[in-house]
Design a protein around this ligand. Structure first.
Ligand code: NAD
Length: 362
């Protein structure tokens, strides 16, 4: 029987990269029936809502989703649909592997890091207060009465909640991932020297949980030092576990270490649901141009297949991607020696070359 999977094309370059992933997953001959659900610009047009209930219901029903990126207009009062989706579905861990692929223009050839980012709280909790509003001024007055440190009048405020509950479950997830994948080390990334209560709680929880995994080395590192160390010597890191904001930034940095956003895949994991998506955004300037690299979404499809228990097929998909990139012929502009290389192929053509390679490998 075919397994239903929710397919969210998203907007911007989303429909092109999800179509590319669909071509490759279908070439594997896995029994998947796609249930297309809208979010972002197409959902606004059809339902007058960026994240319709129908889409959330589809993911809850099917338990697995593959998603393209969705645009978030900056500073216009819109909450990010991506953040909302993760919070609504309680997808508490965002897992982003960064592994070197031969044939990319990456600076290093031997990176193999998994970023595990807390997905539900921190400065992304959405508890924000607009500047100069009465409620914000009231909050500022209360804070100033309660705290020795004063907040300037007229400030805007974002709250950074970090709970023991959310820290525990994401940190435990990171250690369990290390155990199941035979990884040796988990590093907690924080800024507990400055944010003693919030990041301090995250670090304290990490140390508590680490003590139940004596076979795995537990490190902790301050986020600014980590950034420098990643640029200098990324090989020293294995699994990183981070609060939401640092996780967002560091996963893009790690994507840069292995060839850029075009190849960086991701998974959002909850207790019963999982949503797979590329790390990159909707790259609006490339919309409809059949230009961008579909690899990140295709590899997100491989993560999805592993999650569904189709490990052999997922490995064939990864191998086909690796071969096409290594050969360097049927690849998009970002994987060519120069960005204006006239031999670069389009999104669809790269997907078709991967699908062809899959057929040879099957
Ligand atoms: P972006 O990832 O869309 O693009 C950054 C740059 O990376 C682009 O200029 C492009 O050159 C390159 N790039 C991205 N994807 C690529 C690909 N597949 N192949 C080749 N090059 C690629 O980031 P942005 O410009 O900061 O964000 C654009 C929009 O996407 C914003 O509205 C943002 O909120 C949204 N966004 C969505 C998600 C998501 O849906 N999960 C994630 C990040 C950003």
């Amino acid at each position: 029987m075919k397994q239903k999977v929710t397919l969210i094309p998203g907007d911007g370059i989303g429909p092109e990269v999800t179509e590319a992933a669909k071509i490759c997953v279908e070439a594997l001959g896995v029994g998947i029936e796609w249930e297309v659900a809208l979010a972002g610009a197409p959902a606004l047009k059809r339902y007058n809502c960026l994240l319709p209930k129908e889409t959330l219901d589809s993911i809850r029903r099917n338990k697995v989703a593959l998603k393209g990126p969705i645009t978030t207009p900056v500073g216009k009062g819109f909450r990010s649909i991506n953040v909302t989706l993760r919070q609504e579905l309680d997808l508490f861990a965002c897992v982003r592997p960064a592994r070197s692929i031969e044939g990319t223009k990456a600076r290093y050839s031997d990176v193999d890091i998994i970023v595990v980012r807390e997905n539900s709280e921190d400065l992304y909790a959405g508890v924000e207060f607009k500047d100069k509003e009465a409620s914000t001024e009231e909050l500022i007055a209360k804070i100033n009465a309660m705290s020795q440190k004063k907040v300037r009048e007229g400030s805007a405020i974002s709250i950074k909640p970090i709970s023991e509950f959310a820290s525990k479950r994401v940190i435990r997830y990171a250690f369990e991932l290390a155990k199941s994948q035979g990884r040796k080390k988990v590093s907690c990334v924080h800024k507990a020297n400055i944010m003693k209560y919030t990041d301090g709680l995250f670090l304290r929880t990490f140390k508590e949980i680490a003590s139940s995994y004596p076979e795995i080395e537990a490190w902790d590192i301050i986020v600014d030092n980590l950034s420098m160390q990643l640029a200098l010597n990324p090989k020293q890191f294995d699994i990183l576990v981070l609060p939401n904001l640092y996780g967002d930034i560091i996963s893009d940095l790690c994507a840069g270490l292995v060839g850029g956003l075009g190849v960086a895949a991701g998974a959002n994991i909850g207790d019963n649901l999982a949503l797979f998506e590329p790390v990159h955004g909707s790259a609006p300037k490339y919309t409809g141009k059949n230009k961008v690299n579909p690899t990140a979404t295709i590899l997100s499809g491989a993560l999805m297949l592993k999650h569904m228990g189709q490990v052999k097929k997922a490995k064939i998909l990864e191998e086909a991607v690796a071969k096409v990139i290594r050969q360097g012929k049927d690849v998009t502009y970002d994987l060519k020696p120069t960005r204006d290389d006239p031999t670069a192929v389009g999104t669809k053509e790269m997907a078709q070359a991967i699908a062809k390679k899959i057929k040879e490998l099957l």
